[in-house]
Design a protein around this ligand. Sequence first.
Ligand code: FRU
Length: 452
Amino acid sequence: MTRHFWRQDLHPEPPRGWLNDPNGLAWFGGSYHVFFQYCPGAADGSGPKCWGHWESPDLVHWTFTGAPLQPGGPHDKGDAYSGSAIEEKGLLWLYYTGNYKAPGPYDYIHAGREHNTLRVAFDGRACVGEKQLLLSNADYPADCTLHVRDPKVWRGADGVWRMVLGARSLRDTGRVLLYHSPDGARWTLNRVLEKPGFGYMWECPDCFELDGRWYLSASPQGLPHGETRFQNVYQSGYFALDGAPETGELQDFFEWDMGFDFYAPQTFLAPDGRRLLLAWMAMPDAEYQNPTAALGWQHCLTLPREVWADGAGRLCQRPARELDALCGDFGALPAALNGPARLQGRAGQDGELCVGGLRLRFAPDAGMFVMDFTDGSGAGRGVRRAPVDKGPLDFDLWVDRSGAEIYLNGGRTVLSTRFYPPEGPLPLTARGLRAQYAPLRPMEVTERAPLF
Ligand code: FRU
């Protein structure tokens, strides 16, 4: 069977069905494990959600192994929703949300829903042992709605296990619940982190230390949209904390990615200590389309990215350096792209780069970068504006078969988008900027006969 020309070469994408959030990201047993929210049987995401799974030794070679975590137990009757993973005693413990919606005339916010926090062990190939119920709705603070989900678990240097959960309060305020545990099984609430007026629900929280400062990442819903901020239906970003998670206050919120398609990121540590990030390269409830849905699959993850701190409370990103192995030699820009490519350059004045219908406009004097489409390949995507520092604007653009990520000014600002160009070479035009081109080789993806 020939590969469809919209099949991504560098972005993890399931062989069939629907993907959403990255889950359970971990280095374990000598490889990376990347789980994800998966509906194998329904490309529109309408089926029960399980956890799909890839394994990779190096972020370049990937094996899809199927869907080792399935819902259907007493506490995850409907779906195995998002969560994280942590190694303990030779096993990878998967922490996740058991979702259930009871049939009936419910609003599923205040009634008719269960969000249980569960864990189960994974031995590198399959889930082993019982699913353990850790917390259920009755255990969360009384002023939470039934929306409490997406556990991210880590162990502190002090040996204390910590977990953040995303939640919606009865006053419709997004918040994060911080729990402590001596052993990963018994959890007590330590603190509620919130910023009243900043959205009604915070999904997929993450909390990590980078260069001596703590950060809280979350995906808030319900922020008012602006011209150059919060342009998507929902947002994903991070707050620096001015102290430890137990005591620090939330500082300014910065968006991880200013493009059309980025949501629910999760970070984890590479064995060499780098903090890596993957996100869902899509936007839930957006007005724009993803025409692969009609072909039997929908959505992918972003490139694996490295995250580092700039020292002033801002985080920077770049594609994980392992992906540099896929990059050929740089040379002059061709008239058209015949496959995935990396374009690097600098705009010292107003300039424009068009890759097929994807138009990237650089306005360094105005301190602005604009992404839009000159044809229908954006499938309904309009325009995204990203303020940047005034002055020459550096870029590193990674173009895949139906998506692109652009890293501006050393990764201080990033924009990601899906786009669906017609089959064939993609015309390339550049005006007012210096740029060079290198071809990108595809990642190698194999599919192991699923065990499940
Ligand atoms: C974010 C999210 C999570 C939830 C999962 C369900 O995209 O809504 O909050 O656990 O997706 O698939």
